[in-house]
Ligand binder design. Structure first.
Ligand code: PLP
Length: 428
């Protein structure tokens, strides 16, 4: 092991604390130290290279070390790295808000509130929905409706919308009042008593990510919009994972031509370079916050609308146009489907492939169709084995996530699926 690697690992084990990580096992292991990226590839501190199979936790869009993103960042650095958005405007934030709003049908999501990551975009939407009701004479409507197994982030408010027991149960009572439903049928069956106190319903459109990449039935989003309109409940879409091309269109809601009352984006907004998020809403919601009395929206953070993040987000949108990212993605989506169908055909442990655009979950089960016991950690073992074949990814339970940068080449995609195949063979 190189001297630098040893030093970094020692400092990590002595002082760092990693998210969602059993630290005892971590300290007993030997973590990879990632030091460099180029396109869809990452290098560790020992000089080994790997495909970034989960886009650095679902954030990367155009690849690492992209010249246009680097250029936008350095150009902005020569102007200013950060200025307060409290009491001041800044050029990149103004330009970005107009660009983001312009990605939706005119007259729909006209207002943009910036924040820092997926969780804060959700917190922002929750507080907006609650304060909107206060301002429009229904202050008792503070509740939310969410879906079983949902994941909307990990701050207390966002966590209370989450339906994954392991992550959320221990914190649930410290957050919002939330009614959980399994799908449209259960939602329709809710008595008015349960609905009347709700400000909004929140959903990950098209597919639940942390719930092992599980797609919703086609047409559900439209039905949900209709239900919301009929019950005067706002629709909040969490496009933190699905936004910025991941499902094959710029946003998942565009597949069903649905516009929500609140739309939350983060992760891919800066192409995967810096933390940044936005909550978009309608002119109608915004107007409730106008007036002489105290109608300020009580939400904000020190780094809101950071110019570096905004400059990157603008450059990322430029790349979508210059590199025809979405056009070029369509054949790659089809190729991913072919490759994964091949993987399923060749392995009796691949139970189901769940693909939505350019993200797929490969669910592994025992040959008799039952789940592997949790303590076997089959998904984690397969992902560890995939490293040996030059692929980095993480599972959700025993579902291997394949979510590479949209810019990956088809040859690299073949490499990724070959690595998963070899890893499944190595573990089974
Ligand atoms: N919403 C969804 C659908 C997510 O997948 C995530 C993160 O994985 C979040 C919200 C939270 O985003 P962040 O981790 O940036 O706070």
């Amino acid at each position: 092991m190189r001297e630098d690697t040893r030093r970094w690992i020692e400092a990590d084990k002595a002082h760092c604390w990693h998210p969602f990580t059993p630290q005892a096992a971590w300290e007993a292991g030997e973590p990879l130290v990632l030091v460099r990226g180029e396109g869809a590839w990452l290098w560790d501190s020992e000089g080994r290279k790997y495909l970034d199979g989960n886009s650095s936790i679902w954030t990367n869009i155009h690849g690492h070390n992209h010249p246009a993103l680097n250029e936008a960042l350095t150009r902005q650095l020569t102007e200013v790295a950060h200025v307060s958005y409290l009491g001041f405007a800044n050029p990149r934030a103004s330009e970005l808000a107009a660009r983001l709003s312009g990605l939706f049908p005119p007259g729909t999501l006209e207002r943009v509130f910036f924040s820092d990551d997926g969780s804060t975009a959700i917190e922002c939407a929750m507080k907006m929905a609650i304060q909107y009701r206060q301002l429009t004479g229904e202050p008792e409507r503070t509740g939310f409706i969410a879906f079983d197994q949902a994941y909307h982030g990990d701050t207390l408010g966002a966590a209370s919308l989450g339906g994954v027991s392991r992550f959320h149960d221990r914190f649930r009572k410290h957050g919002a009042t939330v009614t959980f439903v399994s799908g449209m049928e259960a939602l329709r069956e809710l008595p008015w008593e349960a609905v009347k106190g709700c400000a909004a319903v929140v959903i990950e459109p098209l597919m639940q990510g942390v719930n092992e990449m599980r797609p919703w039935p086609a047409g559900m989003l439209r039905e949900l919009r209709e239900w919301c309109d009929a019950h005067d409940v706002h629709l909040m879409l969490d496009e933190v994972m699905t936004g910025f091309g991941r499902t094959g269109k710029m946003f998942a809601c565009l597949h069903e031509e649905v516009t929500p009352d609140y739309l939350c984006v983060a992760k891919g907004i800066t192409g995967g370079y810096l933390p940044m998020a936005a909550t978009l809403t309608t002119g109608h919601v915004y107007e409730a916050f106008l007036g002489e009395d105290d109608r300020a929206f009580y939400y904000g953070h020190s780094y809101t609308a950071n110019p570096l993040g905004c400059a990157l987000a603008l450059a990322s949108l430029d790349i979508f146009e210059a590199e025809k990212t979405l056009e070029n993605l369509q054949p790659k989506i089809a190729r991913m489907a072919e490759l994964l169908a091949g993987l399923k055909a060749e392995s009796r442990f691949v139970h189901e492939i769940r693909q939505c655009g350019f993200v797929a979950g490969i669910e592994l089960r025992q040959a008799d169709g039952t789940r592997f016991p949790v303590q076997l950690q089959t998904g984690s073992k397969v992902c560890l084995a995939a490293r040996e074949h030059g692929l980095l990814t993480r599972p959700v339970r025993d579902t291997i996530v394949l979510m590479p940068p949209l810019s990956i080449s088809t040859a690299e995609l073949v490499h990724a699926v070959d690595a998963i195949s070899a890893a499944i063979n190595a573990v089974s």
